[in-house]
Design a protein around this ligand. Structure first.
Ligand SMILES: CC(=O)SCCNC(=O)CCNC(=O)[C@H](O)C(C)(C)COP(=O)(O)OP(=O)(O)OC[C@H]1O[C@@H](n2cnc3c(N)ncnc32)[C@H](O)[C@@H]1OP(=O)(O)O
Length: 194
């Protein structure tokens, strides 16, 4: 089995195995993005288009933005990412439309073996992450490898999401668990201005 297949299957691979992915690293463009003024909206949007694998309409991502590669991240329309978003995208991170991410969140597709004897040469495994449409991550959320978060779900500040989250729930904590469903009753909670 070649390295590409091992990576795709979530099996262990080394830094050398992953060398063929290096063309997808956007480190210099990320550096440029992070020193482009917030007011230079067109330049920032253009740079995002070159950094990310794909990006929809009206993306807003505050600096600093960090990504292992950048090219394995796919983002839908109307995305908002607050400061210090960190994307460990050795494999795909797919983000739907209308997603919001609060300050200092980390989405990591990658982990290392827990046994120290296996943790040589940056040995690691990676599993894709999916955020469905209209997900909101609160501040300081960490999303671990292989997690899918369903439509409309809200992840409370400070959560560590180690398992899939169903659609239309509030989920929170370490480890993150659904605490309630989101229903039409929530429409009455805080009214938008008329
Ligand atoms: C792009 C941007 O987003 S920038 C803005 C950044 N903003 C944030 O990071 C805010 C994130 N918001 C939160 O974490 C909120 O607390 C929410 C969304 C989880 C609140 O959800 P709600 O269902 O309305 O919960 P509610 O406020 O009624 O609290 C319910 C219980 O959960 C607790 N709780 C609320 N948030 C959290 C949390 N993040 N972690 C642990 N417990 C929490 C409350 O203390 C309360 O506990 P109690 O029942 O013992 O009194």
């Amino acid at each position: 089995m070649d390295a590409e297949e091992r990576i795709a299957r979530g099996l262990l691979y080394t830094e050398d195995d992953a060398a063929f992915l290096s063309g997808g690293r956007r480190a210099d463009l990320l550096f440029e993005y992070n020193r482009t003024p917030p007011g230079a909206v067109e330049a920032r949007t253009r740079l995002l288009g070159r950094i990310l694998g794909s990006v929809g309409r009206n993306p807003v991502i505050a600096s600093p933005l960090h990504a292992a590669y950048g090219s394995n991240v796919h983002i839908g329309d109307d995305f908002y990412g607050n400061v210090n978003l960190t994307l460990v995208d050795d494999v795909e991170i797919r983000i739907g439309d209308g997603v919001m991410i609060a300050p200092s969140c980390t989405l990591t597709t990658t982990g290392h073996p827990v046994h120290p004897a296996l943790r040589h040469d940056y040995n690691r495994f990676s599993e894709p992450i999916v955020l469905a449409d209209r997900v909101w991550l609160g501040s300081n959320v960490v999303v671990l490898p292989g997690v899918t978060i369903g439509y409309g779900a809200v992840i409370g500040a400070g959560s560590v999401v180690s398992k899939d989250v169903p659609p239309m729930v509030v989920a929170l904590g370490v480890p993150c668990r659904p605490v309630r469903e989101i229903s039409d009753a929530d429409l009455d909670q805080r009214q938008p201005p008329r």
